[in-house]
Design a protein. Structure first.
Length: 160
């Protein structure tokens, strides 16, 4: 029996697959316990990538700022925290693929931080690689318990 092995999608293919998104949905009873009432936008992966691409050198953005920009763009109450985080991770890895291939202009994923200015350890190269890129752009990174955080990250947030 010949089993056809399923080819795994590249990060760039995952980034390009909109899966019928973006969608604005009512926040259900179950979700309202965490997110309140109103509507939530589930963004398309490329929308998250586009916002990440607009962060200039020396500036930063957090997932929460991306969520707020998406909510405003779509007239929703909030941007989905789960899919926005996942799509930022996909965008970062797609940029990592491009960097490995020698592409010079990639999404500057290292400028996208988690809540509280934390570096995302799941981005390409892990904390060490991102720390080097952030320090090269003039940021100071310190360890905080098991995490690494950009000092005074709030002062460097991009105005998008």
């Amino acid at each position: 029996m010949n089993k056809k092995s399923k080819q795994r999608k590249s990060w760039r293919e995952k980034l390009a697959d909109d899966k019928g998104l973006p969608q604005v949905q009512e926040i259900t009873d179950e979700m309202s316990k965490r997110w309140g009432i109103g509507t939530v936008v589930i963004p398309a992966p490329r929308e998250v990538d586009e916002i990440m691409k607009r962060v200039p050198e020396g500036k930063l953005i957090t997932i929460n700022e991306i969520r707020a920009a998406l909510a405003k763009k779509h007239g929703a109450t909030i941007g989905c925290p789960i899919t926005t985080g996942i799509f930022a991770w996909i965008a970062a890895n797609a940029a990592g693929e491009e960097a490995v291939e020698g592409k010079k202009t990639i999404t500057p994923y290292w400028r996208t931080l988690k809540t509280g200015g934390l570096i995302n350890e799941k981005y390409p190269g892990g904390v060490d690689a991102q720390m080097k890129l952030l320090e090269k752009e003039g940021h100071r990174v310190v360890s905080k318990g098991k995490n690494y955080v950009v000092v005074d990250f709030e002062k460097h947030l991009a105005k998008l």
